[in-house]
Design a protein around this ligand. Structure first.
Ligand code: PLP
Length: 375
């Protein structure tokens, strides 16, 4: 069986986790969490980075720190993971779904602008498959209408847009270190705050149960107390230790994924020329982190049939998001099938192929050969 995803272990994870145990500090914000935060701040160039228990919790912190409340609207793609919307909904605000572009499957800035009302407070762009959204247009719109931008960069760690790392362009950004992402600690995430000093302070407090405990440990206040809303969003230092090992190999891991991506691309090029499928597009100003390799078939029927036939041949190809506007929860907000035609069409024709650093050349060849045979 060639699975869809396989955890990559660098070999240092065990050493660092053992060292973490030896230090007898396994709760949050220990030696390794501080290392992770510093790594993110220095490598990607952001003002403040804080490791969290997940990208979902980082999105929650972002939504709380922006003071989202009932009556507020946040524009995001419908074609995303539920956490992007949940963060907003948990504050009582409304997710407003915009269309995606056909080339990258990222949110379409023109539709973002269409969806702005007097109640719009923020835009949550999602960098799908490790390829950046059109951030210049999104940041321009945000500036014009005075909106905050929270990048859902769960899939975008170590990818770039015009030289800048994803997660360092909006006001706030969220990373995921879930096992299915490029760099992993099993479960885990981070919140990045890029400019605003007050937002930095608030994110830190919200992450620490609404207390100024971090300021206390830095000696900035003489006791710590309850100063804001918050919850517990700190991961165990053991998870940070695991992630440190992955970060040491961040560029090697990305290079291995690029090899897989390139091999698929070359192997399937002929089928694209014959009009049997479409290959993913990386716009010129984007550097991908090769999180995903997907193909777009000509119809849902062809997609489903290919997926099942590949499964019969032990190849773990999978579809992706059910658009949120069509989901039972989306319908509770008054959305329905037919609202977003491009999103609905693309989500029904996408197929993601196995993608992980250790996927071998012969295995890719086997997958390509089977796709060719079936189509
Ligand atoms: C994986 C993912 C998340 C959630 O990440 P967790 O760390 O599992 O909470 C959120 N948004 C997107 C786009 C994702 O791909």
């Amino acid at each position: 069986m060639i699975p869809f995803n396989k955890l990559y272990i660098t070999g240092k994870e065990e050493i660092y986790v053992k060292d973490c145990l030896k230090r007898k500090h396994i709760h949050g914000d220990g030696y390794y969490t501080k290392k992770v935060n510093k790594f993110i701040e220095e490598k990607f160039n952001t003002r403040k980075a804080l490791m969290t228990t997940s990208c979902s919790s980082a999105l929650d912190i972002a939504a709380i720190s922006l003071n989202l409340k009932e009556g507020d609207e946040v524009i995001m793609p419908s074609y995303t993971f539920v956490s992007t919307a949940n963060a907003v909904v948990l504050r009582g605000a409304k997710p407003v779904f915009a269309e995606i572009s056909k080339d990258t499957l990222n949110i379409d800035p023109r539709d973002v602008e269409n969806k702005i009302t007097n109640n719009t407070k923020a835009i949550f762009p999602v960098h799908y498959a490790g390829v950046s959204c059109d951030m210049d247009s999104i940041m321009d719109i945000a500036k014009e209408y005075n909106l905050k931008v929270v990048e859902d960069a769960a899939q975008g760690v170590n990818a770039r847009y015009k030289g800048k790392y994803l997660g360092t362009i909006g006001d706030i950004a969220c990373y995921s270190f879930h096992e299915t992402k490029n760099y992993s600690s099993g479960e885990g995430g981070a919140i990045l705050v890029n400019n605003d000093n007050d937002l930095c302070k608030r994110a830190e407090i919200i992450r620490e149960k609404g207390t100024n405990r971090s300021q206390f440990f830095r000696g900035e206040v003489d006791k710590y107390t309850w100063v804001d809303v918050g919850s517990s969003y700190l991961p165990s230092d053991m998870l940070a230790a695991f992630l440190c090992a992955q970060f040491e190999k961040i560029d090697e891991i990305q290079e291995s994924r690029k090899k897989v991506y390139d091999a698929y691309y070359v192997g399937l090029n002929e089928l694209e020329k014959q009009g049997k499928l479409k290959l993913p597009i990386i716009p010129e100003h984007c550097e991908s982190n090769y999180h995903m390799f997907y193909i777009l078939l000509n119809s849902e029927k062809e997609r489903d049939s290919l997926m099942y036939k590949l499964k019969e041949r032990n190849i773990g190809a999978v579809f992706h998001y059910i658009p949120l506007h069509e989901s039972p929860m989306g319908q509770k907000f008054g959305y329905k099938q037919g609202d977003l035609n491009i999103t609905e069409d693309l989500s029904r024709r996408i197929l993601r192929l196995p993608m992980y650093p250790e996927l071998k050349a012969q295995e890719i060849e086997y997958i390509v050969k089977n796709i060719k045979g079936i189509l």
